[in-house]
Write a protein of this length. Structure first.
Length: 249
């Protein structure tokens, strides 16, 4: 499957999802950990691209920074609701916080009543994980949809791998990538985006439109133009690409 990938382009504008892409997925978000080798890999890619690397995640910026400490890279958190630009400035997009908290209370209460469900408060969005209770998938999505209805057009439900999220409407990973592409050092480069989940499809669509390379990790329908097996294969491809580019080949 590695042979079915585009040429490694250190001169591109790189965008990487985290869970399931750079790092292996765990049963719960809090169980995901990065190894020193993962931080070194990201550090080397950031240097090789001249800083044209951003992490694009459903996690909060605070969580991203914990995973890759001591790095503070350009990043979009919570699907673009918060974004740290290449100059280190953090942009947080307004959302109806009080109303979201009220709507999220029902999701939290539902999770507390059902073993295996995990409620996650990210700050500007909330998630209901059912990886440990897949039989509750339909019920989990239903309770999140009901919560979203309380907020009307201000909120939306975002599905993902074994998760349903309640988030402010109008922000996604594709919009975040477009914003990075208007800033240096991303500006004028061919974008590359690697992701594994439904939320990454927004990014794939934008990067395809810009003529860049899109790589889907794992199985499932996707608009991405390339495919790779899993996070371990992603790390291997990046490591090999960096090694070759260092030799000038």
């Amino acid at each position: 499957m590695l042979s079915n990938l585009p040429p490694f382009k250190p001169g591109g504008a790189w965008f990487l999802d985290i869970d399931g892409t750079l790092l292996d997925i765990a049963a719960m978000p809090a169980a995901v950990h990065s190894a020193p080798a993962d931080t070194r890999l990201v550090t080397e890619l950031y240097a090789a691209t001249g800083g044209a690397l951003a992490l694009i995640s459903g996690r909060s910026l605070a969580d991203i920074d914990k995973l890759f400490a001591p790095l503070h890279l350009p990043a979009a958190g919570q699907h673009g609701i918060e974004r740290r630009d290449p100059r280190g400035r953090v942009h947080r997009y307004p959302f109806p916080e009080a109303a979201l908290r009220r709507a999220a209370a029902a999701i939290r209460a539902f999770a507390a009543k059902h073993e295996g469900l995990v409620f996650e408060d990210k700050g500007a969005s909330v998630a209901l994980h059912y990886r440990l209770a897949p039989q509750l998938a339909s019920a989990a999505h239903s309770v999140v949809r009901k919560a979203a209805m309380q907020l009307g057009d201000e909120a939306e439900v975002q599905g993902g791998k074994m998760v349903a999220e309640l988030k402010p409407a109008g922000r996604d990973k594709g919009i975040a990538i477009e914003e990075f592409m208007r800033e240096r050092p991303f500006m004028g480069r061919a974008p590359v985006f690697i992701g594994d989940d439904l939320t990454d499809e927004y990014g794939f669509e934008v990067v395809n439109r810009l003529g860049g390379d899109t790589i889907k990790v794992g199985r499932g329908d996707s608009v991405a133009r390339w495919r790779i097996a899993d996070a371990a294969a992603v790390r291997k491809w990046l490591s090999e690409g960096l090694a070759l580019s260092a030799t000038g080949r």
